[in-house]
Design a protein around this ligand. Structure first.
Ligand SMILES: *Cc1c(COP(=O)(O)O)cnc(C)c1O
Length: 367
């Protein structure tokens, strides 16, 4: 036996590196001495929080009390809007929490879970931390290759993670393809469909309906309040699954994983259709503007269905990231996603897009 405690860490965790979030604005300001930093690094809603949600949290008084551990009011509102039973809902401290619940519930050493190359970075972290093996399916045209993912299934596979739209590629899967996939794989494998960017989806064929959960008992669908709803700082998401799976997910959930402010804001945010519509509208026009600039300046980008877009910077992405940083714009280098020249840009407000495009023109000239 090794005598160092550090050598005795769970084997699955030994190979992990901490998740690197987008660079924060304050730190960058201090580091570079630039005043007006624009952060387009974490797919946040540039419009901010819904005014209705802001009102309830700024008036909230009972912060000495523990939150409602069952998230009763929040679940009731979601259940009414989405026409699902409250017992099918599991709340998460951000939807990342739900990825961990599913991993904890189903995976341990000797098992495996499948995710896609260029898929969301939290999946392999959550999988490996249980001691299970993370199997990466090679992407096709930057997106999930469902046929390959199906072929990779073996008797040890317990979970498959799908993101649509996927971050950082922005690629989508059609609902009918997911249904076909669910038909083709054994029903004793959990399929987690991450729809963190659901509100930005325009065409119905890319919206994964909660009705599918009634038909496929192994399906778990997640939604987030960090993107279109603008509540990233509060940490709120939820999963919809069969009641039986929800009961298991709730066993590993800490009783107060979602806080009172998040739950109160969530109730307002889901019903604030006006704020969502405005956010989606801003995203749409920003997306059109940025794609036009990429086309004009001859940068290749991946068609995106989320509130961000990834483009080939034609240079090592750590260097191109640095160029933009020095212009006061924080982007995301996609090196860790096996996209060594790509940068991801979150869609911001109109003037933020103009600032990015100005910097992009300077970047183009500089090399
Ligand atoms: C941003 C994002 C999440 C959301 O994370 P939260 O924990 O809800 O903030 C989940 N999945 C994907 C693919 C994302 O891009």
């Amino acid at each position: 036996m090794s005598d160092s405690l550090l050598d005795r860490v769970n084997k699955g965790i030994l190979g992990l590196k901490p998740y690197e979030p987008g660079k924060p604005i304050n730190e960058t300001q201090k580091e570079l001495g630039i005043k007006n930093i624009i952060k387009l690094a974490s797919n946040e809603n540039p419009l901010g929080i819904s005014p209705k949600a802001f009102k309830v949290i700024s008036e909230k008084k009972d912060l000495n009390r523990y939150p409602d551990g069952n998230a009763t009011s929040f679940k009731e509102v979601v259940s009414q809007i989405e026409k699902i039973k409250t017992s099918m809902i599991t709340v998460g401290n951000g939807s990342n929490d739900l990825i961990e619940f599913v991993s904890k519930c189903f995976l341990s050493e000797g098992d495996n879970a499948i995710y896609s190359q260029h898929g969301f970075a939290i999946y392999p972290l959550a999988i490996k931390s249980t001691g299970a093996k993370a199997i990466k399916a090679k992407a096709r045209d930057w997106g999930h290759d469902l046929n390959l993912m199906k072929d990779l299934v073996d008797e040890k596979t317990k979970v498959i993670f799908l993101a649509t739209p996927n971050n950082p590629t922005g690629t989508v899967l059609e609902s009918s393809d997911i249904e076909e996939f669910l038909e083709a794989i054994p029903s004793n494998i959990a399929v987690f469909v991450d729809q963190a960017y659901f509100e930005y989806i325009e065409e119905d064929k890319y919206k994964i309906s909660f009705d599918l959960v009634k038909k496929y008992k192994n399906l778990i669908i997640s939604r987030s309040f960090s993107k279109a709803h603008g509540l990233a700082a509060l940490r709120l998401g939820y999963a919809v699954s069969s009641e039986e799976i929800a009961e298991f997910l709730n066993r590993v959930r800490q009783p107060f994983n979602t806080n009172s402010l998040a739950l109160a804001a969530g109730v307002e945010a889901v019903t604030d259709k006006e704020h969502i519509a405005k956010s989606v509208e801003i995203n749409k026009s920003g997306m059109e503007k940025i794609k036009k600039a990429f086309d004009e300046l001859d940068f290749k980008y991946i068609e995106s269905f989320g509130n961000f877009i990834s483009f080939d910077s034609q240079m090592d992405s750590d260097s191109s990231f640095d160029f933009f940083l020095r212009k006061g714009i924080i982007l995301r280098s996609l090196k860790v996603y096996e996209m060594p020249q790509h940068l991801r840009v979150s869609i911001g407000l109109d003037d933020e897009m103009d600032a990015f495009i100005k910097a992009l023109k300077q970047y183009k000239k500089a090399f």
